[in-house]
Design a binder for this molecule. Structure first.
Ligand code: B4P
Length: 193
């Protein structure tokens, strides 16, 4: 299996790039953000709970997020592997992902690709997306800044988990979308030998 973790702050291009990787490697994208938004749209209990965190720029609790991920994996089996987009976002989630892949598939994360983009560019991109995305968390600059703060407080530390496993590659996330995609392909091909 090829199990790719796409990592980076909000607006760094995870969702944008996941689509290209999905097509090239036949590994479906799993975006926990998209799964929460799907639940929100369908007004499920999970959607309402998630919105109470997402609307404030906060992370949804680990247990809720991991249970949703496991359900999704069970309902969408794929022997080639997966692109994890936006999961893990805490060290507890990273430990859970290792456990899930080992127990379910006797496998592990192939590589974590971390998109590096400076904060002011993140804010610009998300405000731009907010003009058309209909996402409440992309419209208010204070919520965007809270999301970025949450990233530095809870998510950035996940790097240590994957660095310790030798599965951490940083990619410059500024430049044309195509150039970044090509850098990601090269990093995956180098890791998947
Ligand atoms: P997500 O849906 O994952 O939101 P995101 O981080 O903003 O998306 P992404 O980073 O993929 O957007 P992209 O850069 O592609 O999460 C939303 C919320 O859900 C979180 O805040 C949290 O509350 C909750 N959540 C999700 N997962 C969770 C978890 N595991 N645990 C707890 N809570 C969780 O796109 C941004 C914009 O940049 C786009 O408009 C794009 O066109 C543009 N862009 C991309 N690449 C570009 C480039 N190279 N140049 C110019 N623009 C570019």
């Amino acid at each position: 299996m090829l199990n790719i973790v796409l990592f980076g702050p909000p607006g760094s291009g995870k969702g944008t790039q996941a689509k290209f990787l999905e097509e090239k490697y036949s590994t479906p994208q799993i975006s926990t953000g998209d799964l929460f938004r799907f639940n929100l749209k369908n007004e499920t209990e999970l959607g309402k709970l998630a919105q109470s965190y997402m609307g404030k720029g906060q992370l949804v609790p680990d247990e809720v997020t991991t249970n949703m991920l496991v359900d999704h994996l069970d309902n969408n089996p794929n022997e080639h592997g997966y692109i994890f987009d936006g999961y893990p976002r805490t060290t507890a989630q990273a430990q859970e992902l290792d456990k899930i892949l080992a127990e379910k598939y006797n496998d592990d994360v192939t590589v974590t690709l971390a998109l590096v983009v400076e904060d002011e560019i993140l804010v610009e991109r998300l405000l731009e997306r907010g003009k058309t995305s209909g996402r409440a968390d992309d419209v208010d600059v204070n919520i965007i800044r809270d999301r970025i703060k949450e990233y530095y407080e809870k998510t950035a530390i996940v790097a240590e988990h994957f660095k310790a496993q030798g599965k951490w590659v940083e990619i410059d996330g500024v430049g044309s979308i195509e150039d970044i995609t090509n850098k990601l392909y090269a990093a995956i091909d180098a890791a998947n030998v």
